[in-house]
Design a protein around this ligand. Structure first.
Ligand code: SAM
Ligand code: SF4
Length: 360
């Protein structure tokens, strides 16, 4: 373990077996050594700065039916909502005025022209109103290259589309038949061609997923030369097919899921070095300070929720999603304090583009 970490401190060139060994660490002492090494590499490669991306969850309407997701098409217990253009614009401007460097517009997947054109208009409006200084990230699922191009030309900078897992059998198990990993990989290639800073990532801790699978996921991220990573622990939602199979996490299971999430961040930092890595909100669902712990293990991006308090309970991807009853200024205040408390500065007014992308 010490030897692998010594090597990882100097180079990200780790083998599948070495990555698996790091992910499998379970004793406190070695886990802390892993986290400290990843933090040192983060400080060296991207600095001890946390960038904020204000998250706007603009609609829970989705044409897909992923077996793990609380807002999947078939879930009848969800009251569907769609923010109008003005509301999305207002929230993006809130992020700008609060000196957040970027916003993220995320929703269920829709491929109809009405929605595509609405996103195009609102992105253009935000880009014009902020003179391009507010980073705009989209996370709106699989689209054609033409649509990705339209949104890019309107002013979006980044796109986040998780691969979820690179194990083909597991991918098939967690998605209905109309999903295809090849299509998702093609989307990631189209996004790269279109000039976005491209982000992807996985869920970890899904039933049947092994440490070797996760090691392969990290090697995949490296192989496709990704710029940003958004990954987080899988958390069951009781109204989904996968959530019905496993009861809600016990406290012990939450602890294990959090540790796995943190180990993935740490090892990904060691292997990919200068990319942006987000500390996912799902970490906070497992423990209140989960995202700050993510920063201490190698993440450098946090996505505070800007969604109007009224809509938040309707965007429940998993059970016990945090901060559903807080408003945006409460999130800003409590998060900023906690981040300063761990000795990091916040990149206010900075877009915080991926250094990896800039070097390319
Ligand atoms: N619809 C778009 C998509 O799928 O790319 C964007 C929104 S989707 C809700 C964003 C991410 O939420 C997915 O990529 C997935 O990894 C995550 N997610 C969904 N259900 C989850 C769950 N039960 N636990 C943890 N993450 C979940
Ligand atoms: Fe829809 Fe995304 Fe949820 Fe899948 S993960 S059901 S595409 S919102």
């Amino acid at each position: 373990m010490e030897e692998i970490l010594e090597k990882a401190r100097k180079t990200g060139d780790l083998s599948r077996a070495e990555i698996t060994a790091l992910l499998s660490v379970s004793d406190q002492k070695h886990m802390q050594m892993l986290f400290d090494t990843a933090y040192a590499v983060k400080a060296e490669e991207v600095g001890r700065v946390a960038y904020f991306r204000g998250l706007i969850e603009c609609s829970n309407i989705c044409i897909k039916d992923c077996f793990y997701c609380g807002i999947r098409r078939s879930n009848q217990n969800v009251e569907r909502f769609l923010m109008d253009e003005e509301e999305i614009f207002k929230e993006a401007m809130w992020a700008y005025e609060a000196e957040y460097g970027s916003c993220v517009i995320q929703s269920g997947e829709r491929q109809d022209e009405e929605y595509i054109a609405m996103i195009e208009r609102v992105v253009k409006r935000i880009a014009e109103a902020t003179g391009g200084s507010l980073g705009i990230t989209l996370s709106l699922g699989e689209q054609t290259e033409e649509v990705y191009k339209r949104w890019k030309e309107a002013g979006a900078h980044r796109y986040l589309l998780r691969i979820e897992t690179t194990n083909p059998e597991l991918y098939a198990k967690i998605h209905p038949e109309d999903h295809s990993m090849d299509v998702r990989k093609e989307c990631l290639k189209a996004l790269r061609r279109t000039g976005y800073q491209v982000g992807t990532g996985v869920m970890m801790g899904m039933p049947g997923q092994t440490m070797e699978d996760l090691a392969d996921d990290i090697l995949f991220l490296k192989e496709i030369d990704i710029d940003m990573i958004g990954m987080g622990p899988y958390i069951p939602h009781s109204d989904t097919p996968m959530g019905k199979e496993i009861p809600a996490y016990t406290d012990e299971e939450k602890k294990v899921a959090l540790q796995l999430g943190l180990k993935m961040i740490a090892v990904t930092r060691l292997v990919l070095r200068d990319v942006n890595i987000a500390a996912a909100t799902a970490l906070q669902a497992l423990e209140y300070t989960g995202r700050e712990q993510g920063l201490k293990c190698g993440a450098n991006v946090i996505m505070p929720n800007l969604t109007e308090t009224e809509f938040r309970p309707k965007y429940q991807l998993y059970d016990n999603k945090p901060c559903t009853d807080e408003n945006s200024s409460m999130c800003r205040g409590c998060l900023s304090g906690r981040i300063k408390g761990i000795g990091e500065t916040i990149g206010f007014n900075e877009r915080g583009d991926s250094l990896h992308y800039r070097k390319r």
